[in-house]
Design a protein around this ligand. Sequence first.
Ligand code: GCU
Length: 416
Amino acid sequence: MNLWRSVCFHGGWLLGLGSVVLRADEPKNHDFDVIREESKVPAYQLPAALVSAEGRPITTPEEWFRIRRPQLISLFGNLIYGVVPTPETPVQTSVELLKTDRSFLGGKAIRKDVRLRFHNTQGEAELRILVFTPQTAGKPSPVFLLHSFSGTRDDGHDADPGRPGHLRNGVPLGELLQRGFGLVVVPQSDLTRHNEVEFLKGIHPLFYRQRQSFPKAYEWGVISAVAWGGSRAMDYLETDADVDARRVAIMGHSKMGKTALWTAAQDTRFALVISAQSGCGGAALWKRDFGENMEKMVTRFPYWLCRNAARYARNEDDLPIDQHELLACIAPRPLYVASGADDLWADPVGEYLSAHHASEVYRLLGKKGLDSPTPPPVGVALTDGDIAYHNRPGGHSVDLYDWVKFLEFARRQFGM
Ligand code: GCU
Protein backbone atom coordinates (compact mmCIF):
# COMPACT_ATOMS: atom_id res chain seq x y z
CA MET A 1 0.00 0.00 0.00
CA ASN A 2 1.36 3.39 -0.90
CA LEU A 3 0.84 5.90 1.82
CA TRP A 4 2.91 8.88 0.91
CA ARG A 5 2.65 9.86 -2.70
CA SER A 6 4.27 12.80 -4.27
CA VAL A 7 3.95 14.77 -7.43
CA CYS A 8 6.84 16.71 -8.82
CA PHE A 9 6.35 19.79 -10.89
CA HIS A 10 9.01 21.72 -12.71
CA GLY A 11 9.66 23.77 -9.60
CA GLY A 12 10.45 20.59 -7.73
CA TRP A 13 7.50 21.04 -5.38
CA LEU A 14 5.92 18.11 -3.65
CA LEU A 15 2.34 17.63 -2.63
CA GLY A 16 1.06 14.78 -0.53
CA LEU A 17 -1.92 13.58 -2.52
CA GLY A 18 -3.32 10.50 -0.88
CA SER A 19 -3.39 7.81 -3.48
CA VAL A 20 -2.99 10.00 -6.58
CA VAL A 21 0.26 9.27 -8.33
CA LEU A 22 1.98 10.91 -11.23
CA ARG A 23 5.08 8.92 -11.91
CA ALA A 24 8.41 10.61 -12.37
CA ASP A 25 8.44 9.50 -15.97
CA GLU A 26 5.10 11.10 -16.80
CA PRO A 27 5.45 13.03 -20.04
CA LYS A 28 4.07 16.15 -18.36
CA ASN A 29 6.93 16.35 -15.95
CA HIS A 30 9.99 15.17 -17.77
CA ASP A 31 11.90 15.55 -20.96
CA PHE A 32 12.31 12.56 -23.19
CA ASP A 33 15.50 13.51 -24.98
CA VAL A 34 17.57 11.66 -22.41
CA ILE A 35 18.78 8.07 -22.34
CA ARG A 36 16.24 5.69 -20.84
CA GLU A 37 17.57 2.36 -22.08
CA GLU A 38 20.43 0.50 -20.50
CA SER A 39 21.85 -0.62 -23.87
CA LYS A 40 22.29 3.02 -24.94
CA VAL A 41 24.44 4.12 -22.01
CA PRO A 42 27.85 5.18 -23.38
CA ALA A 43 31.05 3.89 -21.78
CA TYR A 44 32.32 6.09 -18.96
CA GLN A 45 35.11 6.20 -16.44
CA LEU A 46 34.76 7.19 -12.81
CA PRO A 47 37.40 9.05 -10.83
CA ALA A 48 38.99 6.89 -8.14
CA ALA A 49 37.76 7.77 -4.66
CA LEU A 50 40.96 6.43 -3.14
CA VAL A 51 43.45 8.46 -5.17
CA SER A 52 44.28 11.98 -4.06
CA ALA A 53 44.03 15.05 -6.31
CA GLU A 54 47.83 14.80 -6.63
CA GLY A 55 47.55 11.22 -7.89
CA ARG A 56 48.68 9.52 -4.69
CA PRO A 57 46.96 6.32 -3.57
CA ILE A 58 45.03 6.67 -0.31
CA THR A 59 45.65 3.50 1.68
CA THR A 60 44.78 4.22 5.31
CA PRO A 61 41.79 5.68 7.17
CA GLU A 62 44.10 8.42 8.44
CA GLU A 63 45.00 9.46 4.85
CA TRP A 64 41.34 9.34 3.87
CA PHE A 65 40.31 11.73 6.62
CA ARG A 66 43.35 14.00 6.41
CA ILE A 67 43.88 14.19 2.64
CA ARG A 68 41.20 12.81 0.40
CA ARG A 69 37.94 13.55 2.20
CA PRO A 70 38.69 17.29 2.61
CA GLN A 71 39.68 17.47 -1.07
CA LEU A 72 36.39 15.93 -2.09
CA ILE A 73 34.27 18.16 0.16
CA SER A 74 36.04 21.18 -1.30
CA LEU A 75 35.48 19.97 -4.88
CA PHE A 76 31.78 19.25 -4.27
CA GLY A 77 31.47 22.66 -2.66
CA ASN A 78 33.23 24.65 -5.36
CA LEU A 79 32.06 22.76 -8.43
CA ILE A 80 28.64 21.26 -7.63
CA TYR A 81 26.63 22.69 -4.73
CA GLY A 82 28.46 25.93 -3.91
CA VAL A 83 30.27 26.85 -0.71
CA VAL A 84 28.81 28.94 2.08
CA PRO A 85 30.91 32.13 2.18
CA THR A 86 32.18 33.65 5.41
CA PRO A 87 29.88 36.57 6.21
CA GLU A 88 31.38 40.02 6.82
CA THR A 89 29.70 40.21 10.20
CA PRO A 90 28.95 37.07 12.18
CA VAL A 91 25.47 35.58 11.88
CA GLN A 92 23.79 35.21 15.27
CA THR A 93 21.08 32.68 15.91
CA SER A 94 18.21 33.17 18.33
CA VAL A 95 16.01 30.25 19.23
CA GLU A 96 12.41 30.61 20.28
CA LEU A 97 10.11 27.83 21.33
CA LEU A 98 6.84 29.03 19.84
CA LYS A 99 4.53 26.27 20.98
CA THR A 100 4.60 22.93 22.76
CA ASP A 101 1.78 20.46 22.29
CA ARG A 102 2.05 17.54 24.70
CA SER A 103 -1.01 15.76 23.44
CA PHE A 104 -0.14 15.38 19.80
CA LEU A 105 -1.48 12.28 18.02
CA GLY A 106 -3.68 11.31 20.92
CA GLY A 107 -0.89 11.90 23.42
CA LYS A 108 1.66 9.67 21.67
CA ALA A 109 3.95 12.56 20.85
CA ILE A 110 5.15 15.96 21.94
CA ARG A 111 5.19 18.50 19.13
CA LYS A 112 7.35 21.58 19.41
CA ASP A 113 7.28 24.49 16.98
CA VAL A 114 10.69 26.12 17.07
CA ARG A 115 11.79 29.32 15.41
CA LEU A 116 15.47 29.75 14.52
CA ARG A 117 16.15 33.38 13.68
CA PHE A 118 19.38 34.28 11.93
CA HIS A 119 20.51 37.88 11.95
CA ASN A 120 23.46 40.20 11.41
CA THR A 121 23.94 43.78 10.27
CA GLN A 122 22.85 42.83 6.76
CA GLY A 123 19.49 41.35 7.52
CA GLU A 124 17.58 38.49 9.01
CA ALA A 125 15.96 35.24 8.01
CA GLU A 126 14.10 32.59 9.92
CA LEU A 127 13.64 28.85 9.79
CA ARG A 128 10.69 27.24 11.52
CA ILE A 129 11.28 23.63 12.38
CA LEU A 130 9.03 21.08 14.02
CA VAL A 131 10.23 18.55 16.56
CA PHE A 132 8.01 15.55 17.30
CA THR A 133 9.25 13.20 19.99
CA PRO A 134 7.67 10.11 21.50
CA GLN A 135 6.01 10.64 24.85
CA THR A 136 8.64 8.55 26.67
CA ALA A 137 9.53 9.21 30.30
CA GLY A 138 11.79 12.20 29.65
CA LYS A 139 14.34 10.08 27.79
CA PRO A 140 16.12 11.60 24.75
CA SER A 141 14.90 9.91 21.56
CA PRO A 142 16.65 9.20 18.28
CA VAL A 143 15.00 11.11 15.46
CA PHE A 144 14.64 11.22 11.71
CA LEU A 145 15.43 14.70 10.45
CA LEU A 146 13.47 15.22 7.28
CA HIS A 147 14.58 17.81 4.75
CA SER A 148 11.08 18.67 3.64
CA PHE A 149 9.44 20.23 0.63
CA SER A 150 6.43 21.27 2.63
CA GLY A 151 6.47 24.29 4.91
CA THR A 152 5.84 24.14 8.63
CA ARG A 153 3.44 27.06 8.97
CA ASP A 154 0.42 25.51 7.29
CA ASP A 155 -1.61 22.52 8.44
CA GLY A 156 0.42 19.90 6.52
CA HIS A 157 2.05 18.70 9.73
CA ASP A 158 -1.14 18.51 11.77
CA ALA A 159 -2.49 15.09 12.63
CA ASP A 160 -4.72 13.79 9.85
CA PRO A 161 -8.13 13.13 11.41
CA GLY A 162 -8.97 10.77 8.53
CA ARG A 163 -5.84 8.62 8.80
CA PRO A 164 -4.79 7.64 12.29
CA GLY A 165 -1.05 7.82 12.85
CA HIS A 166 -0.47 10.12 9.90
CA LEU A 167 0.24 13.76 9.37
CA ARG A 168 -1.90 15.55 6.82
CA ASN A 169 0.99 15.52 4.35
CA GLY A 170 1.04 11.71 4.53
CA VAL A 171 4.09 11.16 6.76
CA PRO A 172 3.36 8.05 8.87
CA LEU A 173 4.52 9.56 12.16
CA GLY A 174 2.86 6.74 14.11
CA GLU A 175 5.25 4.23 12.47
CA LEU A 176 8.23 6.25 13.66
CA LEU A 177 6.90 6.70 17.20
CA GLN A 178 6.05 3.02 17.48
CA ARG A 179 9.69 2.18 16.74
CA GLY A 180 11.04 4.70 19.24
CA PHE A 181 11.86 7.50 16.82
CA GLY A 182 10.90 11.14 16.75
CA LEU A 183 10.69 13.32 13.65
CA VAL A 184 12.22 16.70 12.95
CA VAL A 185 10.93 18.65 9.96
CA VAL A 186 13.24 21.17 8.29
CA PRO A 187 11.44 22.93 5.41
CA GLN A 188 13.32 24.10 2.33
CA SER A 189 11.28 27.20 1.64
CA ASP A 190 12.10 29.39 4.65
CA LEU A 191 15.71 30.08 3.74
CA THR A 192 15.44 30.01 -0.01
CA ARG A 193 11.97 31.43 -0.69
CA HIS A 194 10.80 30.22 -3.99
CA ASN A 195 14.38 29.67 -4.73
CA GLU A 196 14.96 29.78 -8.47
CA VAL A 197 15.69 33.50 -8.68
CA GLU A 198 15.21 35.12 -5.31
CA PHE A 199 18.68 35.36 -3.86
CA LEU A 200 17.81 38.81 -2.55
CA LYS A 201 15.52 37.25 0.02
CA GLY A 202 16.03 34.38 2.42
CA ILE A 203 19.43 33.61 3.92
CA HIS A 204 21.82 34.72 1.15
CA PRO A 205 21.83 38.51 1.83
CA LEU A 206 23.29 37.96 5.30
CA PHE A 207 26.39 36.55 3.63
CA TYR A 208 26.93 38.99 0.74
CA ARG A 209 30.12 41.03 0.50
CA GLN A 210 29.84 44.72 -0.29
CA ARG A 211 27.97 45.38 -3.54
CA GLN A 212 27.12 41.71 -3.97
CA SER A 213 23.55 40.72 -4.80
CA PHE A 214 23.88 37.25 -6.26
CA PRO A 215 25.97 34.19 -5.33
CA LYS A 216 29.30 33.89 -7.14
CA ALA A 217 29.74 30.89 -9.44
CA TYR A 218 31.30 28.82 -6.63
CA GLU A 219 28.94 30.01 -3.89
CA TRP A 220 25.89 28.34 -2.46
CA GLY A 221 22.90 27.55 -4.57
CA VAL A 222 19.54 26.41 -3.27
CA ILE A 223 20.55 22.92 -2.15
CA SER A 224 23.53 24.25 -0.20
CA ALA A 225 21.34 26.83 1.52
CA VAL A 226 18.82 24.21 2.57
CA ALA A 227 21.71 22.03 3.78
CA TRP A 228 23.01 24.94 5.88
CA GLY A 229 19.57 25.09 7.50
CA GLY A 230 19.80 21.36 8.25
CA SER A 231 23.00 21.97 10.17
CA ARG A 232 21.46 24.88 12.06
CA ALA A 233 18.57 22.60 12.99
CA MET A 234 21.18 20.15 14.30
CA ASP A 235 22.73 22.96 16.41
CA TYR A 236 19.32 23.34 18.00
CA LEU A 237 18.77 19.59 18.45
CA GLU A 238 21.99 19.41 20.43
CA THR A 239 20.27 21.59 23.02
CA ASP A 240 16.90 19.80 23.08
CA ALA A 241 16.67 17.38 26.02
CA ASP A 242 13.98 15.32 24.28
CA VAL A 243 16.31 14.48 21.38
CA ASP A 244 19.33 12.20 21.28
CA ALA A 245 21.47 14.34 18.99
CA ARG A 246 24.00 11.52 18.58
CA ARG A 247 21.34 9.45 16.85
CA VAL A 248 19.89 11.70 14.19
CA ALA A 249 19.11 9.99 10.87
CA ILE A 250 18.85 12.56 8.10
CA MET A 251 16.51 11.81 5.23
CA GLY A 252 15.15 13.39 2.10
CA HIS A 253 13.28 12.52 -1.06
CA SER A 254 14.27 13.65 -4.53
CA LYS A 255 15.62 17.25 -4.41
CA MET A 256 15.56 16.93 -0.62
CA GLY A 257 17.40 13.59 -0.94
CA LYS A 258 20.18 15.38 -2.84
CA THR A 259 20.18 17.89 0.00
CA ALA A 260 20.28 15.26 2.75
CA LEU A 261 23.40 13.74 1.17
CA TRP A 262 25.17 17.10 0.93
CA THR A 263 24.18 18.12 4.46
CA ALA A 264 25.48 14.89 5.94
CA ALA A 265 28.62 14.76 3.80
CA GLN A 266 29.66 18.10 5.31
CA ASP A 267 28.26 17.72 8.80
CA THR A 268 29.46 14.57 10.52
CA ARG A 269 27.09 15.04 13.45
CA PHE A 270 24.40 13.26 11.41
CA ALA A 271 24.69 9.62 12.42
CA LEU A 272 22.86 7.97 9.53
CA VAL A 273 21.80 9.10 6.07
CA ILE A 274 18.87 8.16 3.84
CA SER A 275 18.52 9.19 0.22
CA ALA A 276 15.18 8.31 -1.38
CA GLN A 277 15.25 8.61 -5.17
CA SER A 278 17.66 11.52 -5.02
CA GLY A 279 18.75 10.85 -8.61
CA CYS A 280 20.74 13.41 -10.57
CA GLY A 281 22.80 15.61 -8.26
CA GLY A 282 22.04 13.10 -5.48
CA ALA A 283 23.07 9.47 -5.43
CA ALA A 284 23.12 8.95 -9.22
CA LEU A 285 26.38 9.18 -11.16
CA TRP A 286 27.00 12.16 -13.46
CA LYS A 287 29.25 10.31 -15.88
CA ARG A 288 26.77 7.51 -16.44
CA ASP A 289 24.45 9.16 -18.91
CA PHE A 290 21.00 7.83 -18.03
CA GLY A 291 17.83 9.76 -17.19
CA GLU A 292 18.22 13.32 -15.96
CA ASN A 293 21.66 14.77 -16.65
CA MET A 294 23.57 17.93 -15.84
CA GLU A 295 22.24 19.78 -18.88
CA LYS A 296 18.65 19.08 -17.85
CA MET A 297 19.30 19.97 -14.27
CA VAL A 298 20.99 23.29 -14.87
CA THR A 299 18.60 24.45 -17.56
CA ARG A 300 15.41 23.52 -15.71
CA PHE A 301 16.67 24.42 -12.23
CA PRO A 302 19.55 26.85 -12.82
CA TYR A 303 20.22 27.57 -9.14
CA TRP A 304 19.80 24.28 -7.30
CA LEU A 305 23.54 23.76 -7.77
CA CYS A 306 26.18 26.47 -7.95
CA ARG A 307 26.74 28.13 -11.32
CA ASN A 308 30.10 26.38 -11.79
CA ALA A 309 28.23 23.10 -12.23
CA ALA A 310 26.78 24.32 -15.54
CA ARG A 311 30.24 24.07 -17.09
CA TYR A 312 29.91 20.32 -16.98
CA ALA A 313 26.65 20.12 -18.90
CA ARG A 314 27.29 17.76 -21.85
CA ASN A 315 30.80 17.70 -20.52
CA GLU A 316 30.51 15.41 -17.51
CA ASP A 317 33.74 13.73 -18.51
CA ASP A 318 35.70 16.79 -17.41
CA LEU A 319 34.25 16.74 -13.91
CA PRO A 320 37.05 15.65 -11.56
CA ILE A 321 34.58 14.02 -9.16
CA ASP A 322 31.43 11.92 -9.28
CA GLN A 323 28.61 11.25 -6.86
CA HIS A 324 29.99 7.97 -5.47
CA GLU A 325 32.60 10.19 -3.85
CA LEU A 326 29.90 12.23 -2.17
CA LEU A 327 28.48 9.03 -0.71
CA ALA A 328 32.00 8.06 0.32
CA CYS A 329 32.27 11.29 2.33
CA ILE A 330 29.46 9.95 4.51
CA ALA A 331 31.54 6.90 5.48
CA PRO A 332 31.81 5.26 7.97
CA ARG A 333 28.29 6.35 8.90
CA PRO A 334 25.44 4.09 7.77
CA LEU A 335 23.83 5.04 4.48
CA TYR A 336 20.60 3.90 2.82
CA VAL A 337 20.11 4.57 -0.90
CA ALA A 338 16.59 3.84 -2.15
CA SER A 339 15.30 3.79 -5.72
CA GLY A 340 11.94 3.26 -7.41
CA ALA A 341 11.89 0.91 -10.40
CA ASP A 342 9.72 3.20 -12.55
CA ASP A 343 11.62 6.31 -11.58
CA LEU A 344 13.98 6.11 -14.57
CA TRP A 345 14.55 9.88 -14.49
CA ALA A 346 16.47 9.31 -11.23
CA ASP A 347 18.45 6.35 -12.70
CA PRO A 348 18.00 3.51 -10.19
CA VAL A 349 20.99 1.60 -11.62
CA GLY A 350 23.18 4.71 -11.37
CA GLU A 351 22.08 5.18 -7.76
CA TYR A 352 23.04 1.60 -6.97
CA LEU A 353 26.39 1.81 -8.76
CA SER A 354 27.26 4.97 -6.92
CA ALA A 355 26.68 3.21 -3.60
CA HIS A 356 28.67 0.24 -4.88
CA HIS A 357 31.64 2.42 -5.86
CA ALA A 358 31.52 4.27 -2.53
CA SER A 359 31.92 0.90 -0.86
CA GLU A 360 35.70 0.78 -1.23
CA VAL A 361 35.90 3.70 1.18
CA TYR A 362 33.52 1.98 3.60
CA ARG A 363 35.75 -1.10 3.38
CA LEU A 364 38.86 0.96 4.08
CA LEU A 365 37.11 2.23 7.23
CA GLY A 366 36.19 -1.30 8.32
CA LYS A 367 32.55 -1.17 7.21
CA LYS A 368 30.47 -3.34 4.92
CA GLY A 369 29.33 -1.75 1.68
CA LEU A 370 27.75 -3.24 -1.43
CA ASP A 371 30.31 -5.51 -3.03
CA SER A 372 28.44 -6.71 -6.09
CA PRO A 373 28.54 -4.52 -9.21
CA THR A 374 25.10 -5.89 -10.09
CA PRO A 375 22.04 -4.27 -8.50
CA PRO A 376 19.67 -6.57 -6.61
CA PRO A 377 16.39 -7.55 -8.29
CA VAL A 378 13.48 -5.11 -7.96
CA GLY A 379 11.82 -5.56 -4.58
CA VAL A 380 14.84 -7.10 -2.84
CA ALA A 381 16.26 -4.90 -0.07
CA LEU A 382 19.92 -5.28 0.90
CA THR A 383 19.99 -4.00 4.45
CA ASP A 384 22.44 -6.07 6.46
CA GLY A 385 25.56 -4.00 5.77
CA ASP A 386 26.49 -0.41 6.44
CA ILE A 387 25.25 0.70 3.03
CA ALA A 388 21.70 -0.45 2.36
CA TYR A 389 19.91 -0.36 -0.97
CA HIS A 390 16.56 -1.21 -2.45
CA ASN A 391 14.77 -0.62 -5.72
CA ARG A 392 11.12 -1.20 -4.95
CA PRO A 393 8.38 -1.48 -7.55
CA GLY A 394 6.70 1.85 -8.32
CA GLY A 395 7.61 5.42 -9.07
CA HIS A 396 8.75 8.67 -7.55
CA SER A 397 7.43 8.68 -4.00
CA VAL A 398 8.17 7.60 -0.45
CA ASP A 399 5.89 4.71 0.42
CA LEU A 400 5.21 2.84 3.62
CA TYR A 401 7.53 0.10 2.34
CA ASP A 402 10.37 2.64 2.18
CA TRP A 403 9.66 4.06 5.64
CA VAL A 404 9.57 0.63 7.24
CA LYS A 405 12.86 -0.39 5.62
CA PHE A 406 14.53 2.87 6.68
CA LEU A 407 13.24 2.55 10.23
CA GLU A 408 14.36 -1.07 10.58
CA PHE A 409 17.80 -0.22 9.20
CA ALA A 410 18.13 2.70 11.60
CA ARG A 411 17.00 0.54 14.52
CA ARG A 412 19.65 -2.04 13.76
CA GLN A 413 22.37 0.55 13.23
CA PHE A 414 21.43 2.44 16.38
CA GLY A 415 21.36 -0.79 18.40
CA MET A 416 17.66 -0.46 19.27
C1 GCU B 1 12.54 17.11 -10.84
C2 GCU B 1 14.04 17.12 -10.98
C3 GCU B 1 14.68 16.07 -10.10
C4 GCU B 1 14.19 16.21 -8.68
C5 GCU B 1 12.68 16.21 -8.66
C6 GCU B 1 12.12 16.42 -7.24
O1 GCU B 1 12.03 15.94 -11.36
O2 GCU B 1 14.37 16.91 -12.33
O3 GCU B 1 16.10 16.20 -10.12
O4 GCU B 1 14.72 15.19 -7.89
O5 GCU B 1 12.18 17.22 -9.48
O6 GCU B 1 12.69 17.16 -6.46
O7 GCU B 1 11.08 15.85 -6.96
